[in-house]
Design a protein around this ligand. Structure first.
Ligand SMILES: [Zn+2]
Length: 580
């Protein structure tokens, strides 16, 4: 949904950032900013700042930052649109007129119908669980140790035996067959065309969205028949790839981390044992969307999948997706192939906390997974494992290597010195190259990249602060040097009526954080025009150096024709001349 610019401006002006932030945390003035201990991450000395003249906040500790909208998104774990709606409500503003858009209104009304149908269905299943037909469900729940508190907390219900109990009940309430089919509550046999209840003789777990609305259901059989679970497929109001079971329970909680598990019963079992911060991906391998959803709540995620081989593979994929989204990830490994629910039933919360405290890092888990591929009971197995694991450790930062060599030494009994030697040889380990989405940029050493990023940012800070610096940079063609999100910002900076706060407010969270960082050091910037041009010049030099080394590398190829060689030499000569 796009909000009109004037409406957004009004929203921002009626939600003065210091007022909104003050309703969460007490601000103290110092210099041109107001300060507090950051409400988004735990801390004892204030590094959270609000700048009233810019209408932005920035935390020097956790680097969260942006407009009042971003603040509400972070604080309340909301999406951009949800946060805008909350602020509109706070300022008693009507949402922008949508009544002209018939199609949008119709769609929204239809979705509301599906939510209502799901809610009525959830209520029906709960009533059935408690009623005379519910005995099989209650017996099963008792066997699984589902006590009353837990049943109520998770809204667990029961779909009775029979083909049309729910259908009759909901149609009597005025829901149409099409609505119930679209919500996934009924299914249609493609051959006979017969329509019947999707869930029969199953325990029902409603899947709730973060707003508390019922999105869909999971149904588990009461015995060992197959399929064990039936879950709502994609509907107009539910997509399993975008949701996490149990996340709605985390709303308004101050979270240090989240525990990622596989199934409903893991979330519920952990909750019962007192571990209330677990969420599950629903019948799907962890997706990027889910990783981004997690990132809205926490920076650290523990993966706690089943200890079996399938669980191990899912864990490695999950680790990669989560760390790709910038989350810090650790792995809880359960002994004896237990799943999380089984584990806490035996060892309780204390046992779980102990495992969590000893959770593996990403690297350690990879080494553990490698070790499982070999029989460490014999010399050959130990040797093969050591070669592979050392080669992997050899690719890590030198300071990280030490503890992993120790780990390998423990597993194999080899001397750390010889493992280190082996690691230096770097043989026997290959990993798929990292995906790089930066287009034409080739990967340079990390140091080069850091230097470039710093120069870019300083240059842009000057452009944001000072109109003359901006004009000078535009005249010098600096726009061509930039990648997103900087490029778009740079183009927008001299548009009439440009507001940095409004611009940042319209960005995705990651981009908004990057852009907000630009105004962090603004006050310390002197001579912005000169600084900007110096940065640009240095960036151009670095680019030329990169280009030169590319060409020189190219020249070493043995399959070049005389003509190609001559052309390369010409380009190199030109570049060297241009440098002088
Ligand atoms: Zn912070």
């Amino acid at each position: 949904m796009a909000f009109p610019q004037e409406w957004m401006d009004e929203l921002l002006s009626k939600n003065e950032i210091t007022e909104v932030v003050s309703s969460y945390v007490a601000l103290k003035p110092k210099g041109r900013k107001l300060w507090a201990c950051c409400p988004l991450h735990g801390e004892k000395t204030p590094s959270f700042s609000v700048s009233p003249d810019k209408q932005l906040f920035y935390c020097f500790g956790c680097h969260a930052g942006g407009t009042v909208i971003q603040f509400i998104m972070d604080m309340e774990h909301l999406t951009f649109i949800e946060a805008v709606k909350l602020l509109a409500e706070r300022a008693h503003m009507e949402l922008p007129e949508e009544k002209n858009d018939r199609e949008l209104l119709r769609l929204r009304a239809y979705r509301e119908r599906l939510y209502a149908a799901n809610k009525a269905a959830a209520r029906f299943y709960c009533e059935q669980f408690l009623g005379p037909n519910g005995q099989p469900g209650r017996d099963y729940a008792q066997r699984r140790g589902l006590v009353k508190d837990i049943i109520l907390r998770f809204g667990i219900g029961y779909a009775p035996e029979g083909w049309d109990n729910l259908m009759k009940h909901l149609m009597a309430q005025g829901f149409s067959e099409k609505e119930l089919l679209d919500a996934g509550l009924l299914v249609k046999n493609p051959n006979s065309g017969r329509v019947y209840d999707a869930y029969r003789n199953r325990l029902i777990y409603p899947i709730l969205g973060v707003g508390g609305q019922v999105l869909g259901f999971g149904g588990r059989v009461l015995d060992d028949s197959k399929p064990k679970y039936i879950n709502t497929g994609d509907t107009p109001i539910y997509n399993k790839r975008n949701n996490l079971y149990g996340l709605y329970l985390q709303k308004g909680m101050k979270l240090a981390d989240l525990i990622m598990v596989e199934g409903y019963m893991d979330v519920i079992g952990l909750y019962k044992a007192g571990v209330t911060n677990a969420v599950a991906s629903l019948g799907t391998a962890l997706t990027e969307q889910q990783a981004r959803l997690l990132k809205r709540y926490v920076d650290t995620v523990y993966i706690a999948y089943d200890g079996d081989a399938a669980g191990q593979n899912a864990t490695i994929r999950g680790l990669e997706i989560l760390s790709h989204e910038g989350l810090s990830v650790r792995v809880i490994v359960f002994p004896d192939d237990l799943d999380p629910d089984e584990y806490v039933q035996i060892y309780g919360k204390a046992g779980f906390d102990a495992l969590k405290a000893n959770a593996y890092s990403l690297h350690a888990f990879k080494i553990e997974a490698m070790a499982r591929q070999y029989d460490l009971g014999n010399e050959n197995g130990r040797e093969q494992f050591a070669v592979k694991a050392c080669a992997f450790v050899g690719t890590l930062q030198p300071v990280e290597q030490e503890r992993y060599y120790k780990l390998i030494a423990q597993k194999t009994g080899y001397e750390i010195e010889s493992l280190r030697e082996q690691g230096k040889r770097g043989e026997g380990y290959t990993e798929k190259p990292l995906r790089f989405s930066r287009g034409t940029y080739r990967r340079r050493s990390a140091q080069d990249e850091d230097q470039k990023e710093l120069l870019l940012r300083t240059m842009l800070t000057c452009a944001v602060k000072d109109k003359k610096a901006l004009a000078a940079l535009k005249a010098a063609g600096a726009g061509e040097m930039l990648t997103e999100p900087y490029k778009a910002l740079f183009a927008a900076l001299d548009e009439p009526g440009f507001s940095f706060a409004a611009y940042v407010g319209a960005q995705e969270r990651q981009e908004a954080e990057k852009l907000t960082a630009l105004i962090r050091d603004e006050q310390n910037m002197v001579e912005p025009e000169k600084t900007a041009l110096d940065c640009l010049k240095r960036l151009q030099q670095l680019d030329q150096e990169d280009r030169l080394s590319d060409l020189q590398r190219e020249l070493k190829r043995t399959d070049l024709s005389e003509g190609e060689r001559a052309a390369l030499l010409q380009q190199i000569t030109n570049l060297i001349r241009a440098k002088k």
